[in-house]
Design a protein around this ligand. Structure first.
Ligand code: NAP
Length: 307
């Protein structure tokens, strides 16, 4: 069975990643786009709202929600009401309480709900996870920096409440970290740097703690870095593991490890197809919980305005 899928929210990630991944996967057929601007790839029917798509009578089996986190819960409820399976871009929503409502609604509707943490599908992540399984962690640093102007050109929602600020990319690193570590991490302390003219942080430092987490385990997140740096370094039992390029490359003791040559979104869509076909759901909230805890615990520091 081919899954007729509609993209909801046609912004940067929908165009750059979701469209090619859907078109490249024979399990799917890109049946429609929903965008207030009625934007979408050429030849694909575009609707201004989910209600308009439903009213069109087009056959839809699933939706990929690529809109902003604040908008996502309402879109999930509408999609489930229409009987569609749901793939949510990260983060699944702007609040944990909304995600619990979403999970309950999907269970009640008997539809697949997939919170797609795309960085977990980066090619080197499974190898890093296998290498760390059952090991003692001796040191841990997550260093996640990028240039906000390059990756979020003109986007305003990331600076508004619920937009996450530097944790919009930072949650990707936390999704990888929480996937590969053999123990759970918790936020022990946080420092959030917020521009004087913005609502969300441009940089953050998190200290991690908990059983099996070494002293001085920490994370640095910064949106003012001209060169992308999406790295996780973990020392374990005398070895040095370095995951770079957002989980695409893996060095162990200085030796590059062979990994598949593939992007993140093709395997993410393969996983969604399996979940839809087998009737399962997958929603891991640990990355969102870590970000929420950073906001709950974080010391606030005001820094220079960002324009
Ligand atoms: P975006 O480009 O700002 O798109 C988000 C929404 O903004 C779209 O649904 C679109 O709504 C609206 N929009 C976009 N461009 C617009 C324009 N020129 N005028 C008016 N409205 C516009 O955001 P995004 O980067 O794709 O992020 C969406 C989700 O994907 C977020 O949860 C983000 O965390 C995640 N994500 C982003 C990246 C990245 O590198 N940017 C990577 C991975 C995941 P309509 O279509 O309804 O008009």
């Amino acid at each position: 069975m081919t899954i007729a899928i509609a993209i909801v929210g046609y912004g940067k990630i929908a165009e750059d990643q979701h469209v090619p991944a859907i078109l490249g996967n024979p399990a799917f057929r890109l049946a429609a786009c929903v965008s207030r601007r009625r934007a979408g790839p050429p030849g694909v029917p575009a609707f201004a709202s989910i209600a308009d798509l439903r009213a069109s009578g087009l056959k839809i089996d699933a939706v990929a929600l690529c809109n902003t986190p604040v908008e996502r819960p309402a879109a999930v409820f509408e999609a489930l009401d229409a009987g569609w399976h749901v793939l949510m871009e990260k983060p699944p929503a702007a609040t944990l309480s909304a995600v619990w409502q979403i999970v309950a609604a999907a269970e009640a509707a008997g539809r697949t709900l997939f919170a797609g943490w795309h960085c977990r599908f980066a090619p080197a992540v499974p190898a890093a996870k296998a290498m760390l399984a059952g090991r003692r962690i001796d040191s841990l640093l997550i260093d996640w920096r990028e240039d906000v102007r390059k990756w979020h050109p003109g986007q305003q929602w990331i600076w508004e409440p619920g937009g996450f600020g530097v944790f919009d990319p930072g949650i990707n690193g936390l999704s990888v970290l929480s996937e590969i570590l053999p123990v759970d991490i918790a936020v022990a302390a946080a420092r959030l740097e917020t521009p004087a003219n913005r609502q969300t942080p441009i940089a953050a430092r998190l200290a991690f703690g908990g059983p099996g987490i070494p002293a001085d385990a920490h994370g640095l997140f910064d949106w003012r870095e001209p060169d992308d740096r999406w790295n996780i370094r973990i020392e374990f039992e005398g070895h040095d593991l370095l995951l770079t390029h957002g989980g695409s490359r893996l060095m162990v003791d200085g030796v590059e490890q062979p990994v598949p040559d593939e992007g993140e979104y093709p395997p993410l869509y393969r996983r969604f197809a399996v979940l839809v076909t087998q009737g399962g759901s997958e929603v891991d909230l640990r990355p969102l919980q870590l970000v929420a805890d950073a906001f709950l615990l974080g010391e606030r520091v005001t820094v220079a305005p960002f324009d």
